[in-house]
Ligand binder design. Structure first.
Ligand code: SIN
Length: 331
């Protein structure tokens, strides 16, 4: 008898979001996120046999604005545990789009596997006309089964496009093509279940990352402060009273006013590391080793949101400014 080839085993981890959202029939707005079980979502895109070897788990059932550092640690440790103990070929995570980019980068830095790890979501609830979730989920599963996705770090699939977890950002508040890598384009495309890679991530990720969160329950507290003309300097006093690190979303190349610069210098000399990122979407906040103790650590091209994730992980290893700067150049 001819033996049928078993399809690759995939675990789909549901965390909630609009992809599992329900609202008035056909409407794309006024809905409630995180209402549908992941098994039901997967079953809808698995009617044919290519998806028969799949497991699902509703790990969280939240709006992604309710994601926390504790939850991120749990999710990453869970993936690490099952990736060691079970013979999964790859993992798919469904997630709300609002904070997907932060979760993706956190996992990229803390998941210890070369197996495909793919995150997706949806901009339209499941009940909407033209819901984008089913195709995104189908493509995420297809990508997690692809050999080409091995050792690429955590990947994001959205709207027929493959992005790297490090560089992806949400770039639209409501359109289905809601993600992008800004100037850096994308890693590749999906057409139905077919995978087309054109670029690879160049920064350290997954098994090459030195961040170990297996023993942690929470992360060092890092706050983001945005600078703008006339921004009240008292915000820096307030934030620095209760945090382990600060990310500045500066103007232009990470710049702030003269009075803010003086305050930042004082905060750094009090032992709180400050990272200079930019409120501008594209470009690099250039590294200057001479001014690191005055101006702060330079974020390279990481956004304020991604800088917060990296600084909180960096602080689990060191408070030395030069060492933290090295992380920002490598990751
Ligand atoms: C969320 O982020 O959980 C809600 C919004 C979305 O998924 O698009």
């Amino acid at each position: 008898m001819k033996k049928e080839k078993k399809s690759k085993r995939i675990l789909v981890i549901g965390t909630g979001g609009t992809i599992a959202g329900k609202g008035d029939n056909f409407k794309t707005s006024d809905y409630t996120a995180a209402q549908i079980k992941i098994e039901d979502l997967v079953n809808e895109v698995c009617e044919n046999t290519i998806h028969d070897n799949m497991d699902t788990i509703d790990y969280f059932n939240i709006d992604s604005c309710d994601m926390t550092s504790e939850k991120l640690i749990k999710l990453s440790n869970y993936i690490n545990k099952v990736s060691e103990s079970e013979d999964y070929y790859g993992f798919v995570i469904t997630h709300g789009t609002d904070t997907l980019e932060e979760t993706a980068y956190f996992l990229n830095l803390t998941v210890k596997t070369q197996k495909p790890v793919v995150i997706t979501g949806a901009m339209r609830p499941h009940t909407a006309l033209g819901a984008d979730g089913p195709m995104n989920l189908y493509q995420a599963i297809s990508l997690a089964k692809s050999e080409d996705a091995i050792n690429k770090g955590v990947l994001v699939v959205f709207s027929d496009t493959i992005y790297s977890a490090r560089d992806v950002s949400k770039i639209n508040t409501f359109k289905p093509a809601a993600f992008g890598q800004k100037d850096l384009g994308c890693l590749g495309y999906m057409r139905d279940e077919n995978v087309f890679f054109y670029n690879s991530p160049t920064k350290k990720h997954t098994i090459y990352s030195e961040f170990d969160i297996s023993y942690l329950e929470n992360l060092p507290k890092v706050e983001i402060v945005m600078f703008y003309p006339s921004a009240d300097i008292k915000i820096l006093d307030y934030v620095s009273k209760d945090c382990d690190g600060i990310v500045l979303a500066g103007a232009g190349c990470g710049n702030v006013s003269t009075s803010w610069s003086e305050k930042v210098k004082k905060i750094i000399s009090s032992g709180i590391p400050v990272v200079r990122s930019s409120r501008i979407a594209n470009g690099v906040v250039t590294y200057n080793e001479k001014t690191i103790h005055e101006k702060g650590i330079f974020a390279e091209n990481l956004s304020p949101l991604k800088s917060r994730i990296l600084l909180s992980l960096a602080l689990t290893k060191s408070t030395n400014l030069e060492e933290i700067q090295k992380f920002f150049l490598e990751y």
